[in-house]
Design a protein around this ligand. Structure first.
Ligand code: MG
Length: 352
């Protein structure tokens, strides 16, 4: 027995019957030899961490545009918080922790620059529309590794592809068509909301946009004061309710779910769609619109010729724009649209 086979055996012995098993994966897009020491989901987790898209999350903003403070979240730290919360839940439920982690680490890879505003702009620009979870899947399936893709397992891809969210997305209790097929994918989904609602409140308080006492009272009464207390309450509720339901799907009790959704609604009104908080993001419209035009005019300078040839100009421009970090987009826009000041020789230091 190889080391990998021993680890797969251990999964069968330890994990809950509802857990996904590396040894029983529905497989990869293209067959490939197994790793001698790492089971499939662990290998997928590692592949995601080694991508360029994962490293770019460091410079993509969550809520505030390029914040100066060192303590604001970025998409990278958001992703790590999601992963940690998801693993905590998966561990207690005896689900597959590394599958949960792989989905969590991959769930936001397709995010555009400039947060929610950037996604709205791309959705308007790209014929047929744009959403980040389809782009996340495209990154792992097609774009990474110089267009060879990561060739991930079906279970990780399913978790990433069905990670739909937004103002109206249900964190738990969504109909089967709208949720991940594995419980691990559902855990990553609920962990995302638990993470962002709480850390965004923390960041918004840090930014002076709101204070803890402005939060809806009923929600605070149910979930507690401060991010730490609330995350604890939410995670415990998910675990207890899911266990009580026999781990057939991820569950929360009605009062706790309602309180969490109330906080999310509040955050949309007070922060995500608040004009002061998103004033700089409003400029995303002009920047992404301008770049969309220019890169399609000069595809040879900017776009991947293989994508242009196989899938057309729009798809190649979509990949390029969606992949940008906030600062990359701003720099390129400056380069293409803002005239550089003229420097004459007589101004140079050697004339002094
Ligand atoms: Mg997320």
């Amino acid at each position: 027995m190889t080391i990998r086979e021993q680890l797969e055996q251990r999964e069968r012995e330890i994990l809950a019957p509802q857990a996904a098993l590396s040894g029983a994966s529905r497989g990869r897009l293209r067959p490939e030899p197994e790793d001698p020491i790492r089971p499939a989901f662990q290998r997928d987790r590692d592949r995601i961490i080694h991508t360029k898209a994962f490293r770019r999350l460091k410079h993509k903003t969550q809520v505030f545009f390029s914040p100066r403070g060192d303590h604001y979240r970025t998409r990278l730290t958001h992703t790590l918080e999601v992963s940690q919360i998801a693993r905590t839940i998966a561990k207690v439920l005896r689900l597959h922790e590394e599958l949960t982690e792989a989905i969590a680490l991959g769930h936001d890879l397709g995010h555009t620059p400039f947060g929610h505003a950037g996604e709205r702009v791309l959705n308007a620009l790209v014929p047929g529309g744009f959403n980040h979870y389809e782009q996340s899947l495209r990154i792992v399936d097609v774009l990474e590794l110089d267009r060879r893709g990561l060739n991930l397992t079906w279970e990780v891809r399913d978790g990433i592809a069905r990670h739909s969210k937004g103002k109206s997305g249900l964190p738990v209790g969504a109909p089967p068509d709208h949720r991940a097929s594995t419980i691990e994918g559902q855990v990553a989904r609920v962990a995302d909301i638990v993470a962002y609602v709480n850390h965004d409140i923390d960041d918004a308080v840090r930014a002076g946009i709101l204070s803890e006492d402005q939060l809806p009272r009923e929600a605070v009464a149910v979930l507690g004061h401060g991010p730490s207390e609330r995350i604890g309450r939410l995670v415990t509720n998910v675990v207890e309710q899911t266990l009580a339901g026999g781990v057939t799907e991820v569950r929360m009790s009605d009062d706790v779910l309602e309180a969490m959704l109330a906080l999310r609604t509040f955050m949309f009104e007070a922060v995500y769609e608040n004009q002061v908080a998103t004033a700089e993001f409003a400029k995303a419209d002009g920047i992404l619109g301008g770049l969309w035009e220019k890169v399609r005019e000069r595809p040879d300078d900017f776009l991947d010729p293989r994508t242009v040839e196989a899938e057309g100009l729009d798809r190649a421009a979509q990949d390029f724009l969606a992949g940008m970090t906030d600062r990359y987009a701003v720099n390129l826009f400056e380069q293409l649209y803002i005239p550089k000041p003229w420097v004459t020789v007589s101004d140079g230091p050697h004339m002094l």
